[in-house]
Each structure stands twice: as structure tokens, then as C-alpha cells.
Design a protein around this ligand. Structure first.
Ligand SMILES: [Fe+2]
Length: 441
């Protein structure tokens, strides 16, 4: 068939097309972030969350506009036979209306899928009426002793959509079977700005809905109210469903989850730094859950580092309170953020009390906000990096914990193994890649 071109010349025609596309692009550019992230009837911000035992239960949250006060989740055993959708279980969501300052009013919905079978692939979707998400897969956790991998991110915080998204995508490509994605605080820059959370959800996209999140809050995920009291972001509890097994008043920010022989613990270090009451509550709780811990491995995450790479910072309260407990109960891994640089060390970490504990301390950063000039390499640091967006993949197989640090461009930058030894502290085996100079500027 012949295509009929308009009568005016080809050049004029293409100029016309260019003009039309210019108008189109102007329309997109003119859309403010607030408009871009307005809630709709269609569910968005779908996120899977850890429960206290993800081999049996998994939690999911999503958002709709204020017209949708009732929403549902459906779940089935995943199958390559698409008729799996005829065998679904439908669960009515808990729906919470959030009217907050100038943010468009939205409903936040959540469901906890329980009575699940360990080590099994499920498919779920969320929505109502004409508006449903796609079917999304997740795996339940296995049993203690099964090999596991997880992803750890330092601060995300700024330029989230534009520059953190590449980190999340590369991490997912490296570890699609991760049992969780851990955030060591400062997920956003301004806790109560909805558009920053919109960026965070968009940057992670469908990855958030497939691998359960394990977020620990930072100072930027809190605000200070008019009385000087630190408050959690208004969005945190509506948009996440995290274990409520922490101290009273710190629900869903201080919690733990047991997965395949590893106890994962989140502390709320912002409240520990700011409030004597919450420091003491967390100290007592930490001692209890470290003392009564049937898992072979223990990993603790929080925002303010026990040893700061930044010369201008020293979180003495955190160190004096929690370091003796990490030593006493031989915590394996402490994953932190806040200082916008990378550093890790174990061998030269000073010990409180008798003997060595073998705890590895890591500070990292995944977003583009960086610190440089006041971060000299200190004696405790075995490997460091400045001005480098990073993510980490940790794999635990029986007595060996393998820790890998990747750059945003997917190169292996640092690695070590921690090996369990009966009656002794963990042995460290450094595996820093050859021909990989330390990134110091
Ligand atoms: Fe911070």
C-alpha cells in the first residue's frame, strides 16, 4: 500500500513531526513530581516485607487513591501452567487512610500471607475490581542450614530515581534469589516528602515486590516535631509491614527475623542516639535476643556506625551500649550507613573485655551522596572506598559467610570470607580482588 505524504515538502513535514514531539515532551517535563506520583485506583508502591519467619509468612503492602477503601491480595502456588490463577486464595487487606499535609490522600493496604510452605515459589497479585497488579512471584525462605544470599545497601537518600535505580537493578541481576534486601537507613532525604518515597519505589520497581525488604531507619527517615521529639516518617508504618517483635514504641523499626539459620536484627539507632529511654529499651531487648538465639549466624543492621569513617563523627553512645553485647555474643556481621563512604574491618577493631569477638563492621553507601575530605583511612579499616556507589551480596553456606562488595557498574571491589571455627572466633579470609586499587579520590 502506498503511504500518502502530505502535500507540503518532506522537510516541512519532518519539522512538523518534530514540533509535535516537542509539544509531547514538554507535556511530560511539565508534569511535577507530585503529579507523577499521585495515587490511582490501580495499586502502586507494591512491596514485599520480611516477617519474623519468612519460611511461613510474607507481608505485602500497596497504595491506591482515596476512592479505593477496600482492596485484596490473591495468592496461589506459582506454576508455569497459567491456569494456576483458578486456584487462588483471596484475602481482604487491612486498609489505612493516610491524610497527611499536602500529600494527596491515599489508602495504604497490607496483607500478611501466612500458613505458607517453606522453600516454595508463590504467585500473588493485589488490587480490586478492574484494577489489579500483575502476578508477582516470591520464594518463601528455606530451613536452617540451607544456603542463603541477601543484599545490603548503605544510604540511598538522594537522587534516588536518577542514580540509585542502577544500583538496585545491578544488585537484583547479581542476586535474584536473595532472601531479603537490607537498608542501613536513610532510604530518603526528607522523611515526610511523598515524592522522595515515590522515587524510592520507582527506582526499585518490581524488585521491591519480589524480594522482601528489611529496612532499618536512619536520621533522615525521622523528623523532629515542634517539641523536639523525634518522629518516624509518616509513611513508614503505612507503607511497610515489618515484624512487631521489638521494644514498645519502636514497632517496625527495631525488629528481627530468622532466616535459614541467620538472625537478622534491625536497631533504630536514631532513637538510640536521641532518647535515653529508647537506648535502654533497645539495649535490654538486644541482650535478650542475642542470648536466646538458636541461629548459627547473626547479622545486625542500623544507621549510625559503631566506628565512624568520618573524622567529624563519633557515635559513642551506640558504641558504648552495643559493642560490648556484640563482643559478648559474638555477632558475626554489623552493617551500617550514615557516613557516605565505604569501610570495613575486623582484625584491628578494639575489643571490650576479654578476647576477640570476630565481628566484622561495615559502613557503606548505595546512593550518590558522598563524603570525601574528612574520611582518612583509619587503622581499623581493612578496605575502603570514596566516591563509589556500592551494593553487597552476602552468601552463607554452612560454616562460611561470603561477603562481596560490588560497584554500581557491577565490578567486584572487595570480598572476604568469615569462617566459623569451633570454640574460636570467626576466621577472616581476605579476598580483595587483585589489580583493584583502593578508591581514595
Ligand atoms: Fe544519616
Amino acid at each position: 500500500m502506498l503511504i500518502q505524504f502530505p502535500r507540503f515538502g518532506t522537510r516541512a513535514f519532518y519539522s512538523f513531526l518534530l514540533f509535535v514531539s516537542f509539544l509531547g515532551s514538554r507535556k511530560v517535563i511539565a508534569q511535577s513530581p507530585a503529579e507523577l506520583y499521585k495515587p490511582l485506583q490501580q495499586p502502586d508502591r507494591i512491596i514485599l516485607n520480611v516477617t519474623a519467619d519468612p519460611s511461613k509468612a510474607m507481608a505485602v503492602n500497596w497504595r491506591t487513591n482515596e476512592q479505593i477503601s477496600e482492596s485484596f491480595a490473591e495468592i496461589a502456588l506459582a506454576s508455569a501452567d497459567p491456569r494456576f490463577i483458578n486456584k487462588v486464595k483471596r484475602i481482604k487487606a487491612k486498609s489505612e487512610k493516610l491524610e497527611f499535609e499536602a500529600t494527596p490522600t491515599a489508602y495504604y493496604h497490607s496483607v500478611i500471607f501466612d500458613s505458607l510452605t517453606a522453600n516454595t515459589k508463590y504467585a500473588y497479585r493485589v488490587g480490586q475490581g478492574e484494577y489489579w497488579s500483575e502476578w508477582i512471584h516470591f520464594n518463601t525462605a528455606g530451613k536452617a542450614g540451607d544456603k542463603l544470599s541477601f543484599i545490603y545497601y548503605g544510604d540511598v537518600q538522594t537522587n534516588i530515581r536518577t542514580l540509585w535505580s542502577r544500583v538496585a537493578r545491578d544488585a537484583y541481576a547479581k542476586a535474584p534469589e536473595a532472601v531479603l534486601m537490607m537498608y542501613a537507613g536513610d532510604l530518603v532525604n526528607r522523611a515526610n516528602r511523598d515524592v522522595e518515597w515515590g522515587d524510592w519505589f520507582q527506582a526499585g520497581g518490581f524488585i521491591h515486590s519480589m524480594i522482601p525488604g528489611f529496612p532499618s531507619p536512619g536520621n533522615h527517615d525521622h523528623i523532629t516535631d515542634k517539641d523536639g521529639k523525634r518522629l518516624m516518617s509518616a509513611f513508614w508504618r503505612p507503607q511497610f509491614t515489618l515484624p512487631e517483635n521489638g521494644p514498645e514504641g519502636l514497632e517496625e523499626t527495631c525488629y528481627y527475623s530468622d532466616i535459614q539459620g541467620m538472625r537478622f536484627i534491625s536497631l533504630n539507632s536514631d532513637q538510640a542516639e536521641e532518647s535515653d529511654e529508647f537506648l535502654e529499651k533497645q539495649r535490654l531487648w538486644m541482650e535478650k535476643i542475642l542470648k536466646d538465639n538458636p541461629n548459627k549466624w547473626t547479622c545486625v543492621t542500623f544507621h549510625h556506625p559503631i566506628y565512624s569513617p568520618k573524622s567529624t563523627r563519633d557515635n559513642k553512645r551506640m558504641r558504648d551500649t552495643f559493642k560490648p553485647l556484640f563482643d559478648k555474643y559474638k555477632v558475626d556481621l554489623v552493617l551500617q550507613g550514615h557516613d557516605h563512604t565505604y569501610a570495613r574491618g575486623m582484625a584491628k577493631i578494639p575489643m571490650e573485655g576479654k578476647g576477640k569477638s570476630g565481628t566484622m563492621y561495615v559502613v557503606s553507601v548505595s546512593g550518590p551522596k558522598m563524603t570525601s575530605s574528612d574520611s582518612d583511612k583509619k587503622p581499623w579499616m581493612d578496605r575502603t572506598a570514596l566516591y563509589t556507589q556500592l551494593y553487597h551480596v552476602v552468601t552463607v553456606d554452612k560454616d562460611v559467610l561470603d561477603f562481596k562488595t560490588f560497584t554500581a557498574t557491577g565490578e567486584l571491589y572487595d570480598a572476604f570470607e568469615l569462617i566459623k571455627q569451633k570454640g574460636k572466633i570467626n576466621k577472616i579470609v581476605d579476598k580483595i580482588p587483585q589489580n583493584s586499587p583502593e578508591r581514595r579520590n
